[in-house]
Design a protein around this ligand. Sequence first.
Ligand code: PGA
Length: 253
Amino acid sequence: MPQRPYIVGNWKMNGTRAMLSEARAIDRAAQRLMKVEVAVAPPYTLLHAVHREAAQIAVGAQDCHPGQEGAHTGDISAGMLADAGAKFVILGHSERRESHAESNSCVQEKALAALDAGMRIIMCCGEADKIRQSGKAEDFVIQQLRESLPTLENAAENLTVAYEPIWAIGTGNSATVGDVSAMHTAIRALLVELYGVEEGAEVRILYGGSVNPENARELLSADEVGGALVGGASLTADSFMGIALAAAEIQDS
Ligand code: PGA
């Protein structure tokens, strides 16, 4: 891992104020692992409180609306998230693409809005099991990213990509190291094409999908893996920081 590894917890629709103690424990443990960048994306309702109580780690959101303000009941703009303390936003997660019918162009609009509000982006991509079985996973993911990524001049420096095969999310079946390396290498080539050799090489590419403290070391050691986007295992400080520790040990080895 050439860059500082980035370990991000996606709490999804989990967590009430009772979870703030986990956030504080993550924050304390992260201060002892300075070689690793640790961040958490709690639900909107906890964003401000986590930002206040876990001051050392970055806090982010799980989605934003492409507009700045207006008559959009139930939606939240990137500017509002930044105002609540969010430093980044996860965009294009497969759960949003599926259950909210988010198209690539809709995800791209959100990315532009987030950059405009001064936020960093974690852009998710990943194929369904059927596509993997058909042998077209790489083509699918590259096309998805081509249509979802923002191509502004300042985009690469504020961008992280997360490869999350849909069949690996929340199933306990993570992808194989070989499949992860191959996909990340293809994504790297696209980033270099879109943003240039230097900028494209700097963008971290995270793996997500059933990462846990037991498999983290192997997955995080794979070629072109710059960290992990973690769902279920990010809900307790113990398991989440077990993953961050694995990343730190790889840095040391
Ligand atoms: P998981 O979720 O770690 O529970 O598989 C990952 C994600 O959806 O970001």
